[in-house]
Each structure stands twice: as C-alpha cells, then as structure tokens.
Design a protein around this ligand. Sequence first.
Ligand code: UP5
Ligand code: MG
Length: 197
Amino acid sequence: QVLFGPSVVFVLGGPGAGKGTQCTKIAETFGYTHLSAGDLLREERSREGSEYGELINRYIKDGKLVPVEITIKLLKQAMMKHGWEGGRYLVDGFPRSFDNLRGWEEVIGNTVRVKFVLFFDLSEETMQARLMERGKTSGRADDNLESIKKRFVTFQQESMPVVEKFHLKGLVRRINAEQSAEQVWRDVQRNFGPSVI
Ligand code: UP5
Ligand code: MG
C-alpha cells in the first residue's frame, strides 16, 4: 500500500471536453498540480534537442496515441520535479488506451494512489464546435476538421474502453460537460474538498 507517495486524479473526456479549463480551476482552488499529458508532449516536441519532436508531431496531427514509453517518461519526470512524496496530481488526458494503462502500471503502478477518475461526458457535436472555434486562434496542429475527426475515432475506439474499465471498478465520477463552463465547474467542485481526500 502507498503510505506517503503521490495521489492522482485522472481527468478523462473527449477532445475539447473542457479538461484543461477545469483542471486549471481545480489546481487553483484545491491545491493540485495540473499535468496535461498533451501539454507535456507538445513541450517535448518543441524542446531543443528532443529526439521525439518529429514523431510526436506526426502522431498529434493524426490524432493517434504517442507510444506510451514517451508519455509516461514525461509524466513521471514532471511528478518527480514537482515533488513525489505527498504530491497531489491531476493527470489530464491520460491514460487514453489499454496500452497507456499498461505503461502506467508497469512504470508507476502501486507507487501512486489513484483516488478517482473525473470523466467529462458530452456530444461530439459540442466538442467539434468548441475545437473549431478554438482553432481560429490556438495554433494547435490538430484543431482542424480532419484531425478532429481522427481524434474522435481514437477516443471512441481506444479511450472509452479505459473509462468503462475504471467505471466497472467504481472509480468514475461523471460530469455533464455539455453545460457552460460555470455550470461544469459547479459540478466539478463537488468532487473535491475535505470529504473526498
Ligand atoms: N470550453 C471549455 N469548456 C467549455 C464549456 N463548458 N462551454 C463552452 N466552451 C468551453 O477546452 C476546449 C475549448 O472549449 C477551449 O477553447 C475552451 O475555452 C472551450 P479545453 O479546456 O482546452 O478542453 P480539453 O478537454 O483540454 O481539450 P483538448 O483539445 O486539450 O483535448 P485533447 O484530449 O484532444 O488534447 P490533449 O492535449 O490531451 O491531446 C492532444 C493529442 O496528444 C492527442 O490527440 C494525442 O495525439 C496526443 N496524446 C497522446 O498521444 N497521449 C496522451 O496521453 C495524451 C495526448
Ligand atoms: Mg487539454
């Protein structure tokens, strides 16, 4: 059993579900460190001397999942940097496949306590509209219709089965992410605070 290692909340949901937006608020309000797997991969892509830059770029544009060895290395590095013992982390956008989960279990496994999984649930129509709107200014290589469609396929085929698996373990807390950001935040907050530590 983990006595004083880090604790983690996984934050899952489709592309454009609002994971990043809500994680920022949770981090500010409840003292978590927010680690977005996608942000870590994008940082690594632009890091000078990175051997993975090209590869990461290709996978992200295609809406495919970067080999888990890379993602897990970045996540673990970030957790060590911010403090391992007693750290409280929001892991945003990971694990998004059974292979991701295997990587997590092999490298991190029971050295970390997974408290629960926050799952943002909403329609593809809404996600698409949000991402197309963001794409006007985001500069993200995957905020275009072609990449968005590919991200949806990956989410349905690879990520939803992971959510289902966590659900069967009783770990999932579902949020109606179709609502306004304020309403979503109101629902998200109920899952944090003294009663759920
Ligand atoms: N917005 C947010 N909430 C709103 C609301 N309630 N109402 C109206 N608008 C709302 O939000 C998206 C947009 O919607 C923003 O403009 C926001 O203002 C607005 P955001 O909070 O950014 O949503 P988020 O769920 O974080 O969307 P994101 O695009 O980051 O989701 P993805 O899961 O697609 O992206 P991520 O960065 O996690 O991954 C990108 C790619 O990296 C993946 O496709 C994959 O290729 C790769 N990747 C891996 O390979 N492995 C990993 O482990 C992780 C990523
Ligand atoms: Mg995000």
